[in-house]
Design a protein around this ligand. Structure first.
Ligand code: FMN
Length: 363
């Protein structure tokens, strides 16, 4: 996935500044947006309803912020089901990211429930499009740093501060990500990070050469806070550190400034300013294992958040099949399917992304 960089949108920033200077009242403002996303992330009450655990689940990372899930409440437990109307068939033709996203949501739910005295038992259904059944039973509350991090976690697509992460922090991150059937390799040496950067750039260029891929991305981009809140989904420019724009202007400007050269510069800055890159690989390429990758990654991201460390995806090397094969060879696992590429490091927060209301995701 590629997003507009600050560099490429500097022109848009000037447009925005100019509009402000002449008092153009219709220029989008962020005030209402920030309050709304903060409400979506409010802490749970002492004895939450099941639907409140669903709200915590929806705050999970998910591909293109499509939120490809439906929740079915079922007495004392619930099921998370794929919402196939929210697939991204070009970027994710075999629903890999969709199932990883369901795993992320399941993990948030399990952690939130545990913090509030409900131990979860998770079972993955059968078949090509399995759901996730979560049975809950009363237990001693198990609060913790990962739970507190749920409303604070975000994908931070900005330049990081370039500082390393300590060995003890790295150990906490890999420990948090421990999950049966999933392994995590962490690269902190600059030569390794540059080798991965080359594959990010190659994947990015292949994606940008595909007009269907660009159109699918555009369909999920949100340029104004009003539209981001109205849909409650998608990739809002402010969440990538880009200027907000009126919806009539955003797509036109996107098409005008979106270039391989500027995207390459952006990814080089992103990778070189990061402390490291974590690569998640499941033992097998099937939906149950992709869900496990999502659970593992979500805990990694929550632990990072708890330590004040940011994360962001650089998934191009796993999204373009020939580059994925090359990446697997570089990782020393030829024939395997690497699942996620995540950079991490420290940086200020960006605005939080929006979510659809719980009522919209209940079956
Ligand atoms: C399976 C998966 C794939 C993703 N791929 C990318 C990606 O390629 N590029 C990117 O910038 N973000 C990627 N993301 C991050 C999502 O865009 C992000 O989670 C979503 O927009 C919600 O924002 P949040 O993480 O800040 O809550 C991915 C997330 C998941 C779970």
């Amino acid at each position: 996935m590629i997003l507009l960089s600050r560099r490429t949108l500097v022109g848009a920033g000037l447009v925005a500044a100019g509009a402000g200077a002449v008092g153009y009242a219709a220029w989008p403002r962020m005030d209402g947006y920030l309050e709304a996303v903060e409400r979506q992330r409010r802490a749970l009450a002492a004895d939450p309803e099941l639907a409140e655990f669903v709200r915590m689940a929806t705050l999970a990372a998910n591909g293109h912020n499509t939120q490809p899930w439906t929740f079915r409440l079922d007495g004392s437990g619930l099921a998370i089901l794929p919402d196939t109307a929210r697939r991204t068939p070009v970027a994710d033709p075999d629903d890999h990211h969709l199932f990883v996203s369901l795993g992320c949501a399941a993990e948030n739910l399990v952690i939130a429930a545990a913090a509030h005295g409900r131990a979860a038992e998770v079972a993955i259904g059968d078949g090509a499009a399995p759901g996730i059944d979560i049975a809950l039973r009363q237990a001693a509350p198990a609060p913790g740093a990962l739970h507190d991090a749920i409303p604070l976690r975000q994908s931070t697509r900005s330049v990081y501060d370039g500082a390393p992460v300590s060995a003890s922090e790295l150990a906490l991150l890999t420990e948090a990500a421990r999950e049966a059937g999933v392994s995590v390799q962490v690269f902190t040496e600059s030569a390794d990070r540059d080798a991965i950067l080359d594959l990010v750039i190659a994947g990015n260029e292949a994606q940008m050469d595909d007009p269907d891929w660009v159109q699918e991305l555009l369909d999920w981009l949100r340029f104004s806070p009003a539209r981001a809140l109205a849909t409650g989904d998608g990739l809002f420019s402010a969440c990538s550190g880009n200027p907000v724009l009126p919806e009539w202007l955003g797509p036109r400007l996107f098409k005008a400034v979106f270039s391989k050269a500027s995207e390459t510069d952006k990814y080089r800055d992103h990778v070189r300013s990061s402390a490291g890159i974590a690569v998640f690989v499941a033992d097998r390429p099937d939906p149950a294992h992709w869900i496990a990758v999502g659970r593992s990654f979500e805990r990694f991201a929550l632990q990072a958040t708890a330590l004040g460390i940011r994360t962001a995806h650089l998934n191009q090397p796993v999204e373009v099949p020939p580059i994925r094969e090359e990446f697997a060879r570089w990782l020393g696992i030829p024939g395997a399917r690497p699942d996620l590429v995540i950079r991490f490091g420290r940086a200020p927060a960006l605005p939080m992304s929006a979510r659809r209301p719980v009522a919209a995701v209940l079956a």
